[in-house]
Every structure is written in structure tokens, then in C-alpha cells.
Design a protein around this ligand. Structure first.
Ligand code: GLA
Ligand code: ZN
Length: 670
């Protein structure tokens, strides 16, 4: 949650760019915002060119006027630092700030996220701009957050970065011999004699495609280095702002499962998490839900800000379909159900030029409140007034966690073999989907989180086992926890060197199995297995394994490995460790996981019809049950407890069925 004394309700608003419009229109914006119940605007996201027209000049008059305007209308401000797109003069004068693409192509001025993160010129000027903004506006009490840059991204492969990478490696490994060991450079005569021999791994060197490298070790380290380099840019701006205004919380808008940046590391530097949610119309709602869980998990369950979503359409999908009536509201509350304490949009007024002019907005090109989208927005604005502060800060109580790790993600998908179809996100989602469908509360955890509060931890494809992680899992299971992992787990260490002595390496004793071979099944090829008298499909990967101490719960039915174990359970200390040696389908995951949940007496949030999502959040005001009907038809719900529906004030009586219309939401205080 954004900790600011003036926040007494779910903040409602979004990215507002009045500098792109004549000042005459601003009062009209204010009138419309008022009508829609808007109370927060994100300002100054892309204004560097306006704020610093040349190297020595800073001019704030227009931003001053905008700040006066929004202050006069009681709008809170999420104040951005404008550093996600550098000004043209800077590119002309200092070409070193320009980013070099993965292909080795040096960019010219244009686009955004276009700066080299290791350029000292970029770093100096971006930090200075943040400082100037902090000094000028930091005293204003309607600033509720600093919003640094925007959607950080843009990996760079330029010479600045290459040099910085060498320094980074020297610091990390101490000597070139250690680097050679870590990357196994005796392969293909790659031995480095000096740090200066090392070049950035891209299309000009180790890679033949973005995700395909000849040397996983260097590519993985470069990913880590890039994530940290970009984070360093954030940290520099954050530090000057913290110094000027220690009490204004700082964030930057994240993007869910954004592969290039290890957000678990970023989260440590952020006062609260904020993120931009842009599902396509055909995205499974559980996939969106899983992204919210990740964002909440970044700070151990702390509520987050939904910084952006579109009120209606995007401009960048192949097919930019409208959010159907009711869907903007449904997905807004879905964010709240999973931990958001703000509902914000991109953009407040639809621009007239460049690539976002057909992107949805609160105020459309027609310019009036007489639009479907505006009516839906105003209705939601009213509801948030009614809801007030009740749910703010409320947390989830989960007994189940899914383990996730960015470096593991990079390593799995850089791996040459076993299958190009093996995608970490899909494997996480397979397990999450089953749990979400059953309305089981799930957290997403990382290596730095405590495992002790959970009864069940699932770590799909735990390919990379980092130093200490096996010990953490060992003690979790020893003390009674249930642990699940899958095929292609326990193979390598942090630098992608194989742990010899049998897969799954350091997890072998916990799981009580030994994996001898791994078979990849091409698309459309399947094996099968019987579990609890039902036949399930096996696809993608089949591990050929031997049970050492583990009990065999099911075996493959086909191929030369018919009869070998596909599902095992090992009693380890007080707990159980399960190994799922293949990919199956949703019916299996639901069946299998419901067995485990039963063993652990973990119950769904509530029992509701399929397609109705349910979550609970708790704070000092009590427990809030969110019911979201994602179905195209209405649903009947019966609860076992009494409650009050907060948006309507209706009493909900236990054991009495009530209607939840299609796309409708109920927030029930139990
Ligand atoms: C991102 C950016 C915004 C805008 C939207 C459009 O989230 O942060 O500036 O470009 O996408 O969807
Ligand atoms: Zn660079």
C-alpha cells in the first residue's frame, strides 16, 4: 500500500499528460475527473525535453502550472521523474547515451527506453533531473509517491556496457580463472586470458537467437548484470529523492512476469510495488491473477498499486479489442481482490498524435462524458467512494506457495535442450491455474522468503538450485511441509554447471529418486499414466527415473519406459516430497493437488461455481471476501457465513443462495 496520511480510499486515476494539450482544456479535464471520482493523477512521465531544453537550462513553469491546477482541484499526485526517454539534444551531443540492441545495432535518437543504462552521462543527467524535481515539488503535500522513470527495460550491448560487465565480473569472481571455471570455458576453446577478452553475449558473439546461446554461463551473467545495471539507474534517482523527501514513498511501474528484470531484487529498493496490467481479452483470468500474486509476493504480501491498465483498448496488440461492458470493472476489482490498493489507468485524455492516439482513455477524442467507457468509469468511481478505506492494507492468508525465480527462468530458457516448448511461465501457470480454479489462496515466494508459514510449496521446473536453497527445502520438508517439484529439476548450480552424481542433484535425498534420462516429446506426441483410477496425458518431457526411497504413485503406460515411475512421493522427516516427472493437463493438476490439499486440510476460500473467482483479504476491519464472476452467465452463490456486501449494503445471509450476475463483483465483509 502507498503509505501516505492523506490516503483514505482506493486511489482512482492515472497517467495525465496535460502538457500535450493547450491550457484552455485543462479546466474541462478537471470537471470530467470530478465527475468520474478521480482523485489521483500520475504526472510528468515523459517530459524531459520540456523540463531541460538544453544542457544548462531547466524550466519548470509549465509543470508548476499543472501542479497548481491539480492542487486546486484536490488531486493527489504520483510524480514521475521523466527519465524514460532522453531529450534529443542529449543524443546529439552525447551519442554514448544511445542504446545498442541485441543485434549489435546502435540506435539513433527516437522511441523511448532508449538510453544506455551504463552511460555515465545518462546517469548523471537523469539523477540530476530527479533531484531538481524533488527539490522543486517535494514540499507539496499532495504528492503521494515518486514514480521513477517508467516501465524500466531496454537491455544494452554497447561498449559502455561491455566495460561495465568486465568490472562486474571481476568483482563477482575475483579472477579470470574463476570466470573460466564458472562458465566451463575449456569447451570450444573459449578460455579467457584477461577480462578484456570478454565481450557482451549477443548476436555478434555467443548467440544465434535472442534466447539461444552457445554459452549459458556468460549469457546468464549478462542477464543478471543488465538487470542490476538498470536497477542502478533507478537506485541513483531513488537515493536523491529519499534524501530530499524521506517520507514520500518511491516506486516504479513494473510489468508482471517481465523476463529481463529480476524484480525480487528490485523490490528491495522500492517502498511499494506498482505495476501495469494489460491482459488481452483472451488471456485466462488465472494468468492475470498469477501476475497479481507475483506483484504482491515481491514484498511479502504487501498490497500494491495498480498503476496502469486501459479503460477500454490498447494500441499495441495485433487485435485491439474493446473491453466488453463490465470487464473494466471486473478486472479492476480482480486487482483489488489480489492485493491492489489503487485502480489507475493509462491514459486520462486520449492523445491526438503518435502511437497512443487510439489507446483507451478516461476522456475520449469526442471530449464529453457521454460515452460508454466514461459511464462505466464514473460508476466505478462512485463505488470506490462507498468502499472508502475499509479494505486498505488488507492482506491474504495463504497456506500454499508457488516458488519462482528469475535466474531459474533465464537458465531454463537459455538451455540447449531438452525442448524449445519448455516455458517456465506455462509450467508455473499449470499449477497456479489448478489452485486458482479451486479458489485456493496462493502466494508466490522467492528464495529470500521464509517458507515456514506454508504447508505446501510447489516449485515447478526447479532447474537451477542455488546455494542454500536445497537446505531451505530440506528443512521445510523435514519439519512437516509438503514439497512438489517436477521434471528438469535440480540439474545445475547458479552458473549453469551440472551437479554430477545423478539428477535431481542436491534435491535427490529429499525426493528419494534418481533421474537417469529425460525424453522430450515433440508437439502432438503423448504418453499416459493412471492416477487414482483415471488415465491422464503426459506430454512435453518425460523423466526416466528410479525410485530410491520414494513410493511410486503412478507409472508411464507407453514406450520403452512403460512401467517406470512418473509420479512419486517421498516421506522425508515429518514431511512429504512429490516428484511429477512429466507435464500433464489441468484435470490431472486439479486431482493431484486436491489430494495434497486434503492431506494438509487446506480449504478453498469458499465453495462457489466454476468460473467464479474468490479471494479473501484481512485487515483490522475484518475479513473481506471478493467474488468475481468471470463466466458469460450468471451464477448462484451460497455462503456458510453471514456478511454485508459493501458496494450495495445488502445483507448476505448464510445458507441462502444469491445471484452473482455475469461479470459482476461482490465484496462481502464477513
Ligand atoms: C505502458 C506505458 C504507458 C503507455 C501504456 C500503453 O504501460 O507505461 O506509458 O505506453 O503502456 O498501453
Ligand atoms: Zn550500453
Amino acid at each position: 500500500m502507498i503509505e501516505h496520511p492523506s490516503i483514505k480510499k482506493i486511489l482512482y486515476g492515472g497517467d495525465y499528460n496535460p502538457e500535450q494539450w493547450p491550457a484552455e482544456i485543462w479546466e474541462e479535464d478537471m470537471r470530467m475527473f470530478q465527475l468520474a471520482g478521480i482523485d489521483v493523477v500520475t504526472l510528468n512521465v515523459f517530459n524531459w525535453a520540456m523540463l531541460q531544453p538544453d544542457e544548462d537550462t531547466y524550466q519548470f513553469d509549465k509543470l508548476d502550472q499543472i501542479m497548481e491546477l491539480v492542487q486546486a482541484h484536490n488531486l493527489k499526485v504520483c510524480m514521475a521523474t521523466s527519465t524514460a526517454a532522453h531529450p534529443a539534444w542529449m543524443a546529439r551531443k552525447y551519442p554514448e547515451i544511445l542504446r545498442t540492441e541485441f543485434s549489435g545495432m546502435k540506435r539513433k535518437f527516437g522511441s523511448r527506453h532508449n538510453s544506455c543504462p551504463n552511460s555515465s552521462i545518462y546517469r548523471t543527467y537523469s539523477t540530476r533531473l530527479a533531484e531538481k524535481i524533488g527539490e522543486r515539488y517535494g514540499h507539496l503535500d499532495n504528492i503521494v509517491a515518486w514514480h521513477i522513470s517508467n516501465e524500466y527495460g531496454g537491455e544494452c550491448y554497447c561498449e559502455n556496457c561491455e566495460k561495465a560487465f568486465r568490472t562486474w565480473l571481476e568483482k563477482r569472481y575475483g579472477s579470470i580463472e574463476k570466470v573460466n571455471q564458472a562458465w566451463n570455458t575449456s569447451f570450444w576453446s573459449h578460455t579467457f586470458y584477461d577480462f578484456d577478452d570478454i565481450v557482451a553475449p549477443n548476436l555478434l558473439s555467443e548467440h544465434f537467437e535472442e534466447n539461444r546461446t552457445n554459452f549459458q554461463g556468460i549469457s546468464l551473467d549478462y542477464k543478471k548484470f543488465m538487470s542490476e545495471s538498470i536497477l542502478d539507474c533507478y537506485k541513483l534517482e531513488a537515493a536523491v529523492l529519499k534524501n530530499i523527501t524521506p517520507s514520500i514513498p518511491i516506486t516504479t511501474n513494473l510489468m508482471g512476469f517481465y523476463k529481463p528484470l529480476d524484480y525480487f531484487k528490485w523490490a528491495d529498493e522500492m517502498d511499494f510495488i506498482s505495476w501495469d496490467n494489460y491482459p488481452s481479452n483472451d488471456e485466462l483470468y488465472c494468468s492475470t491473477a498469477m501476475k497479481h500474486e507475483l506483484m504482491r509476493g515481491l514484498k511479502q504480501g504487501k498490497p500494491f498499486a495498480l498503476m496502469e491498465q486501459t479503460p477500454s483498448v490498447t494500441n499495441w496488440l495485433p487485435y485491439n479489442s474493446l473491453k466488453r461492458p463490465g470487464v473494466m470493472r471486473l478486472w479492476s476489482y480482480q486487482a483489488v481482490a489480489h492485493g491492489a490498493d489503487t485502480i489507475m489507468f493509462f491514459q486520462m485524455r486520449r492523445s491526438i498524435g503518435a502511437c497512443e492516439k487510439y489507446h483507451g482513455a478516461v476522456i475520449d477524442h469526442v471530449g464529453t462524458e457521454d460515452t460508454r467507457v466514461f459511464r462505466e468509469l464514473a460508476k466505478l468511481g462512485e463505488e470506490l467512494q462507498i468502499l472508502g478505506s475499509k479494505t486498505l492494507g488488507a492482506r491474504h492468508q495463504s497456506k500454499v506457495a508457488i516458488y519462482f525465480d528469475w535466474e531459474n527462468w533465464w537458465a531454463i530458457e537459455y538451455s540447449a535442450g531438452p525442448s524449445v516448448n519448455l516455458k517456465y511461465y506455462d509450467q508455473l501457470l499449470a499449477y497456479y491455474q489448478a489452485l486458482n480454479t479451486m479458489n485456493i489462496s496462493v502466494d508466490i515466494v522467492s528464495e529470500k522468503d521464509s517458507f515456514t508459514d506454508y504447508d505446501l510449496i510447489i516449485a515447478p521446473v526447479l532447474y537451477m538450485v542455488k546455494e542454500g536453497l536445497d537446505e531451505k527445502i530440506r528443512s521445510f520438508v523435514k519439519n512437516g511441509g509438503t514439497f512438489v517439484t517436477t521434471f528438469f529439476s535440480g540439474y545445475v548450480n547458479e552458473t549453469d554447471l551440472v551437479t554430477t552424481g545423478g539428477y535431481p542433484g542436491k534435491l535427490r535425498d529429499i525426493l528419494g529418486i534418481w533421474v537417469e534420462e529425460l525424453d522430450a516429446l515433440p508437439n502432438g506426441t503423448n504418453n499416459s499414466f493412471v492416477y487414482q483410477n483415471q488415465t491422464f496425458s503426459s506430454s512435453l518431457i518425460c523423466d526416466l527415473l528410479h525410485a530410491e526411497r520414494a513410493q511410486v504413485l503412478s507409472v508411464y503406460e507407453q514406450d520403452f519406459y512403460a512401467g517406470m515411475p512418473v509420479l512419486t512421493r517421498n516421506q522425508f522427516g515429518e514431511g512429504l516430497a512429490y516428484y511429477v516427472a512429466t507435464q500433464s493437463d489441468d484435470s490431472f493438476y486439479q486431482k493431484f493437488l486436491s489430494e495434497l490439499l486434503n492431506e494438509k486440510h487446506i480449504k478453498p476460500v469458499v465453495d462457489v461455481p466454476a468460473g467464479v473467482e474468490a479471494t479473501k483479504r484481512y485487515n483490522e476491519n475484518g475479513c473481506f471476501l471478493f467474488l468475481l464472476n468471470h463466466n458469460p452467465e450468471d451464477a448462484m452463490i451460497t455462503l456458510e457465513e453471514n456478511g454485508v456486501e459493501l458496494l450495495t449494503g445488502d445483507n448476505i445471509n448464510k445458507n441462502t443462495a444469491f445471484l452473482l450476475k455475469t461479470k459482476d463483483v461482490k465484496i462481502i465483509q464477513l
